[in-house]
Design a protein around this ligand. Structure first.
Ligand SMILES: C[S@@+](CC[C@H](N)C(=O)[O-])C[C@H]1O[C@@H](n2cnc3c(N)ncnc32)[C@H](O)[C@@H]1O
Length: 245
């Protein structure tokens, strides 16, 4: 247990390792994520976050030079991994949940990432903070499709950012909680297309990832959303051939 300004939290370590064919040295990344024991959603790492972080780690060579926004970041494991791999990262969580924004900042401090900006973005709200954002290449989100009444707010925020820069892609992992939930009609309404990314294509079809047993037996899936009419270059090397396989 650690303490900061009277708040107790525990710190979990996530370690990513892997060799690519042409890599001479074994690549390794260890990130530290502080978690607060609290019933609020954004205070600890969710299984989807480990899967999305694994996707980023697997495609780490394509990240430098990309501007990436994470929404509903909570303790921000995917955003921290992206920043550690060289992306320019902006973390966000609900503007109405200052503790979650503080979690984003704490995760940055713990991983020596002073350059990561943290901002309050509430899904579905066209706020000054949303208007002030620069164009981004990628929007990340892990486990933001957990309340059906919020699905359209998430997608409208994503759509707003894609309108600003039509090449933007939305990389998201979600937990299958109910067979009745679907975003299909919303994708049609917001003119978005969806590519499902198989977990095995980025080494995430395991119960244990990054030294964590969090994915466990949860059914986590990954998809990439983009404007149906857009031109996509955020991830020239990322995923395309894997996605279509
Ligand atoms: C299930 S948690 C996932 C947290 C983190 N992405 C992860 O996977 O570990 C959902 C996150 O969405 C944030 N959130 C909930 N409602 C929101 C809203 N209306 N606007 C923005 N963020 C919201 C919560 O604060 C929380 O951080």
């Amino acid at each position: 247990m650690c303490e900061e300004e009277g708040l107790s939290f525990s710190v979990r370590e996530y370690s990513f390792a892997g060799e690519l064919e042409r890599e001479e040295q074994k690549a390794e990344l260890v990130v530290l994520i502080p978690e607060v024991l609290d019933c609020q959603y954004g205070m600890y790492v969710w299984p989807c976050a480990v899967v999305l972080a694994q996707y980023l780690w697997f495609h780490r060579r394509a990240l430098p030079g990309k501007r990436i926004l994470e929404i509903g970041a909570g303790v921000s494991l995917p955003g921290v991994v992206a920043a550690k791999c060289g992306a320019e990262v902006i973390l966000s969580d609900s503007a109405e949940l200052p503790q979650c924004l503080e979690n984003c900042r704490r995760s940055c401090r713990m991983n020596s990432l002073p350059g990561v900006q943290v901002t309050g973005l509430t899904w579905g709200q066209v706020s000054p903070a949303l208007l002030a954002l620069p164009p981004v290449d990628v929007i990340l989100a892990s486990d933001v499709f957990f309340e059906p009444q919020d699905f359209e707010d998430v997608l409208s925020t994503v759509y707003y950012l894609m309108e600003k820069s039509p090449h933007t892609e939305f990389w998201t992992t979600y937990q299958v909680r109910s067979a009745d939930w679907s975003i299909e009609a919303l994708l049609y309404k917001w003119e978005l297309k969806c590519l499902q990314v198989p977990l095995e294509s980025f080494g995430a079809n395991k119960e244990q990832l990054a030294g964590s047993s969090l994915p466990g037996r949860h059914t986590v899936e990954m998809m990439i959303l983009m404007l149906a009419r857009g031109k996509h270059c955020a991830s020239p090397n990322i995923g395309k051939e894997l996605i279509y396989k």
